[in-house]
Design a protein around this ligand. Structure first.
Ligand code: SAM
Length: 216
């Protein structure tokens, strides 16, 4: 998702209490920022924020950090957040490949919703479940890693199942048609768009232990 020209995007970010500037990342002590010891959940590629906001409202017992690569997209999400009073949400503008510069072994779960599918084989290494990203996630997860993913894209989904299994994740739940199940679900912007067009929404949840040597 790339939006053209959101006026004053930088200003919108910098004026919001939800936005944490890269010079102020409380790396390793995000719980201090939230002023509690609740688990911290991360959504990577949060887009305009519907899922993040829905989850934060529904789960005040968790903290949420939203991650987005593009300033203009994040500005849209922040406009929605600024109209609300949520004390369990923060957002950062960063590329997922650099997440270990912002966080240090403090995340409980990562949500990947409708991540860019990168259809060309030569671009598969850019997929957020490629091994190079899984290695970065190892550095930000606490001792138990959990990845929850939704997508309408078959190739990305199949590739992610293989990548996660190969990397040592145990697949706990795999659903091929999420909308046909009764599973509790907060829809994202892309999910609403593609699900309404008849695309089947795929879902997976996977976990693994972070080894002690990975914690160095
Ligand atoms: C297809 S959109 C999905 C947005 C939202 N999750 C949804 O389901 O409606 C993918 C989003 O991920 C962001 N993104 C892609 N690659 C990223 C990366 N490496 N790091 C952070 N965000 C990324 C894009 O900017 C875009 O907003």
């Amino acid at each position: 998702m790339r939006l053209r020209n959101v006026k004053n995007a930088k200003e919108i970010l910098n004026n919001s209490d939800y936005y944490i500037n890269s010079t102020k990342y409380p790396k390793g002590i995000w719980n201090n920022l939230f002023k509690n010891d609740n688990p911290i959940m991360l959504e990577i590629g949060m887009g305009k924020g519907d899922f993040l906001i829905g989850m934060a409202k529904k789960h005040p017992e968790y903290n949420f950090i939203g991650v987005e690569k593009y300033e203009s997209v994040l500005a849209k999400a922040i406009e929605k957040l600024d109209a609300l009073e949520l004390d369990n949400v923060k957002v950062i503008q960063i590329d997922a490949k650099e997440l270990d510069t912002a966080l240090d072994h403090e995340i409980n779960s990562i949500y990947l919703n409708f991540s860019d599918p990168w259809p060309k084989t030569r671009h598969h290494k850019r997929r957020l479940t490629h091994e190079t990203f899984l290695q970065v996630y190892d550095k930000i997860f606490k001792s138990d890693a959990r990845i929850v993913m939704k997508t309408d894209n078959d190739s990305l989904f199949e590739d992610s199942l293989v990548n996660l299994s190969t990397y040592g994740y145990i697949l706990d739940e795999v659903i091929l048609d999420l909308w046909a199940c009764n599973k509790e679900n907060i829809r994202t912007e892309y999910e609403t768009k593609f699900g309404s067009k008849g695309f089947k929404i795929k879902y997976l949840s996977a976990h693994k232990k972070i080894d002690e040597h990975e914690k160095i």
